[in-house]
Design a binder for this molecule. Structure first.
Ligand SMILES: [Zn+2]
Ligand SMILES: [Zn+2]
Length: 409
């Protein structure tokens, strides 16, 4: 951990208290604890720790009750409350958040993951990870080792343990393996599908949390006429295209058809915008505590001298991505490649850079690379973008994220 913090542990099991204390002290933190929840409030008020770890099932005052009492104390407004419990039920998790908990960790805790997780909770940052950055087709091989060959999949994790996923291209298999290895159950996952082209949905059947009882999953995306998001997902799991049918999902899975709208999940606001691409394709903007991430793929920005150029659409898009901390955007082509692919539904890096600059975006992440592009050609796109940004004295920076690269927002 980067900074030493003060933790207070409340758990009636002395072995758990000792284990948590050791893990935290090894990281250089100051730790105090009690096995009696009735003593906790007074001591916490005196010490004002940065973070309180609370068990739920305790004699005297249970952890949820104690959480409620702590949240009523104005002097503890900056103290994070993390439930650390053996209770895996959604009802307890949602009650904890309603009562003001910042995070919910299910025991047993892992000594390797816990410090990192607590750090994320203390900083309340979003963790952005790229699991697949390619468009159209997975392209493993020597020419794609640096940036990776998997198709679109990006995850955003929040301090409260929620996982947001954008698209289910082949990259989602790596994410699935990571979540399984992490053994954090039950999982609370929101999957946002941009549109049902294969490179954005075809690996969803390999997302194993769908098959685990107790997990809660919500799948959002645009319907296509009378074909709902549920029909689209079930359609590729019909026993013909894939041998396992969607009815094998053991998790609690809900499907939501989205149009252009605004929705809220806990403290996250999600807005959608229809993009310029064949069929219905949605771009997403997430805002969380003053920080924002936009996921805009697949999308075609026409050259300004093109008869198809639509100023109203571009202005709307600029407003949508305005001031974003992270803009993940379809920048499939180099300008010379785009010239022979007009109306294919994707953009040149030049136009994407221009629009990111106009919108005052902090970081532009080049995304959805053409399957024929090598690592060298992706680097060429970064060079082009950085040069354009420099020429216009922009404050926007541009990078091409690599598979499994992690960013904190
Ligand atoms: Zn695509
Ligand atoms: Zn597409």
């Amino acid at each position: 951990m980067t900074k030493a913090n003060r933790f207070y542990i409340v758990d009636d099991d002395p072995i758990t208290v000792e284990l948590l204390t050791r893990i935290l002290e090894l990281e250089g933190h100051a730790v105090k604890s009690t096995t009696s929840s009735s003593n906790a409030l007074r001591q916490i008020l005196q010490w004002k720790p940065d973070c309180v770890l609370l068990d739920i099932m305790m004699p005297d005052i249970d952890g949820l009750e104690l959480c409620k009492m702590l949240r009523r104390q104005p002097t503890l407004a900056d103290t994070k409350i993390v439930m650390v419990t053996g209770k895996t039920y959604e009802i307890d998790r949602s009650r904890a958040f309603t009562l003001g908990a910042d995070a919910y960790i299910v025991k047993p805790v892992s000594a390797t993951d816990l410090p990192q997780r607590l750090q994320r909770i203390l900083e309340d940052r979003m963790e952005l990870v790229f699991w697949g950055v390619r468009g159209t087709l997975p392209v493993p091989g020597k020419k794609t080792v640096t940036y990776g060959g998997n198709t679109s999949c990006v995850s955003l994790r929040f301090a409260n343990g929620q996982v947001f996923i954008f698209d289910a291209g082949s990259g989602i298999k790596e994410l699935s393996d990571f979540l399984v290895e992490e053994k954090q159950a039950p999982l609370n996952v929101n999957i946002f599908i941009s549109h049902p082209h294969w490179d954005h949905i075809n690996a969803l059947p390999f997302f194993s949390p769908l098959y685990d009882k107790g997990n809660e999953l919500d799948v959002f995306g645009p319907a296509h006429g009378d074909t709902s998001v549920k029909d689209i997902i079930f359609g590729q799991m019909d026993g013909v295209h894939f041998p396992i049918k969607a009815k094998a999902f053991s998790a609690n899975v809900r499907f939501h058809n989205l149009k252009e709208e605004t929705l809220s999940i806990d403290q996250v606001t999600i807005r959608t915008m229809l993009l310029n691409h064949p069929g219905y394709c949605l771009g997403y903007r997430l805002d969380y505590k003053g920080r924002s991430v936009c996921y805009i793929t697949d999308n075609e920005l026409y050259p300004k001298d093109s008869p198809y150029f639509n100023v109203t659409y571009e202005e709307k898009l600029i407003r949508f991505i305005q001031g974003a901390d992270a803009l993940i955007m379809d920048s499939t082509y180099l300008e010379e490649e785009y010239a022979s692919r007009i109306t294919w539904g994707h953009s040149s890096v030049n136009r994407v850079t221009e629009i990111a600059d106009s919108a005052g975006v902090r970081t532009l992440y080049l995304f959805h690379h053409d399957p024929d592009q090598t690592d060298t050609e992706i680097e060429e796109k970064v060079t082009v973008s950085q040069k354009l940004l420099k020429e216009s004295q922009s404050t926007t920076r541009c990078i091409a994220p690599r598979e499994k690269e992690i960013f904190t927002i």
